[in-house]
Design a protein around this ligand. Sequence first.
Ligand SMILES: Nc1ncnc2c1ncn2[C@@H]1O[C@H](COP(=O)(O)OP(=O)(O)OP(=O)(O)O)[C@@H](O)[C@H]1O
Ligand SMILES: C[C@H](N)[C@H](N)CCCCCC(=O)O
Ligand SMILES: [Mg+2]
Length: 223
Amino acid sequence: MKQYFVTGTDTEVGKTYVTCQLLRATQAISKSSVGYKPIAAGCDKVNGEWVNEDALAIQQASSLKLPLSIINPISLVPPIAPHIAAAEAGVSLSEHTISQGLSQLQQYKPDVLLMEGAGGWRLPLSESTYLPDVVAKLNMEVILVVGMKLGCLNHALLTAEAITHDGFNIKGWVANDITGEMPRYKENLATLKHALPAPLLLEVPYQVAPNSQELISAVQQLC
Ligand SMILES: Nc1ncnc2c1ncn2[C@@H]1O[C@H](COP(=O)(O)OP(=O)(O)OP(=O)(O)O)[C@@H](O)[C@H]1O
Ligand SMILES: C[C@H](N)[C@H](N)CCCCCC(=O)O
Ligand SMILES: [Mg+2]
């Protein structure tokens, strides 16, 4: 089993979108996949139940069909920073819950397990802890999703620096075209290819499925 932590240059840069593409493509090469979204903030009421759309998308894209409560053990209603939502709800973002949830998923022995963070890399869990502190104990390499837009060079390079500084290996990065209208997209891509300390795993175009050969090649690198 291979497991990766999927982070991004910010919130709303396509971590879930890319995670789902990779989970589905893993099935296309006859491997099993499961996604894990330990902490989600932002729920909608569906049939009387609060549901987080990342968790739902990840559940649907995983080859192993598991209950949402396993895929997403901590679900907070308001779409705000999770530690603030947790404090308001009187719950804690506990390391135990996050790592126990992972252990539960590992028992299903997926070939590939992708754990999506929330927001960007340095996500606070409390006044003194951050999500990477927990991930550091889970033996995962990192996939960095870069939301391709003006300003992402700085965000990507700082994020990569922080990941490396925290002692993680970046397996690869994904260029996710979140607008379809980034000025000088190709030149920015070239700058990141040169400056990031990890290979480009995949390019995901705006509103179009990634090239299927490139997608297969990306998941083969993950398996
Ligand atoms: N390549 C793309 N083409 C078109 N739409 C995209 C693409 N990537 C992401 N999106 C859309 O952008 C929005 C944000 O993406 P997504 O929810 O995956 O971000 P995220 O990084 O997972 O955010 P969060 O921090 O909330 O988990 C979603 O509506 C998603 O469908
Ligand atoms: C609500 C949002 N879409 C995400 N689920 C949570 C983003 C947390 C960002 C925290 C921060 O870095 O400011
Ligand atoms: Mg997401």
